[in-house]
Design a protein. Structure first.
Length: 287
């Protein structure tokens, strides 16, 4: 049955790993990205329901220093995705192996830190992660896997939470649901964001505004998108980098569900604790 829905163009998409999991499969693929100009890898979880027909798809964007492997191996999402019949996609966080001077010099910029923007600075022209996760990758998924084109959600953690929020807010109607774990909510006003935006987008701060969830939420017109955010109260990055309270105020009219979780920090133990709630949140809207 899998073959009915998946006709891989092997020069474009190559399977490099597969393993049965909760009666579905975890699979890893690589492909040559035209948008990024390099070989990219991503993981999927194919739920058992996909053997019968197309299912909703949920994209997960990871945080700083992560690859496509962190979420799929640490979050424990597969059990709940299998229960709800949701197809998971976990891409990488940046282009790799471009041999750009300085791309590996720091953990919060360059490799593993694409920030889900489309870079405008010439040196970083290949860093088109926004287009990759909102356009090129979904097109690849739709063409090769049994997913419903009109039923997709997006979520992420930290830098990836920022990515999920901006992708949803910049594309009304594209995603049925969005959620985030400890997102970088106001990157134009935090050290991580200022460093990334200065490097990728240059000194013109007007360009930065297009990738700031707090600023986007303040002017968002479509009030129907359901937003869930979990934030650990013991997260050491909470005040300096994440700025959830600033987002909460700006997004008031969107009625986001924002939960401050006592005692939890920024890591995957926190994510894995609340992953069931996030999958259920998306399942409610992904039909």
């Amino acid at each position: 049955v899998r073959g009915l829905f998946q006709t891989l163009t092997m020069s474009t998409l190559k399977e490099i790993f597969t393993s049965k999991c909760f009666n579905g499969t975890v699979e890893r693929y690589e492909h040559q990205s035209e948008v990024l100009g390099c070989l990219m890898k991503f993981h999927i979880f194919r739920p058992p329901q996909a053997a019968v027909g197309p299912v909703p798809v949920l994209y997960y964007l990871s945080g700083l220093t992560c690859t496509d492997e962190n979420f799929i191996t640490k979050a424990g999402a597969q059990k709940y995705a299998a229960q709800h019949g949701i197809f998971l996609v976990s891409p990488d966080t940046s282009p790799r192996g471009l041999n750009i001077e300085g791309e590996d010099d720091s953990w919060d910029f360059g490799t593993g830190a694409g920030f889900y923007v489309n870079a405008t600075e010439t040196k970083w022209k290949n860093y088109q992660m926004y287009s990759y996760v909102t356009s090129e990758l979904p097109k690849l998924i739709h063409e090769n896997f049994p997913v419903k084109k009109d039923s997709q959600g997006i979520f992420g953690h930290s830098m990836g939470g920022h990515g999920a929020l901006i992708c949803a807010l910049k594309n009304p109607g594209k995603y049925k649901s969005v959620s985030a774990f400890a997102p970088i909510c106001n990157p134009t006003e935090c050290p991580w964001g200022v460093k990334a935006f200065s490097g990728y987008l240059g000194p013109d701060q007007e360009k930065w505004k297009a990738y700031d969830a707090t600023l986007l939420a303040a002017s968002f017109k479509d009030l129907s998108i359901p937003i869930l955010i979990d934030q650990g109260k013991s997260d050491k990055w909470l005040e300096e980098q994440l700025k959830i309270s600033v987002f909460a105020k700006a997004a008031e009219k969107l009625n986001p569900v924002i939960r401050i979780q006592e005692g939890y920090d920024h890591g995957y133990f926190f994510v894995s604790t609340f992953i069931e709630d996030h999958i259920a949140h998306h399942a409610k809207y992904l039909k």
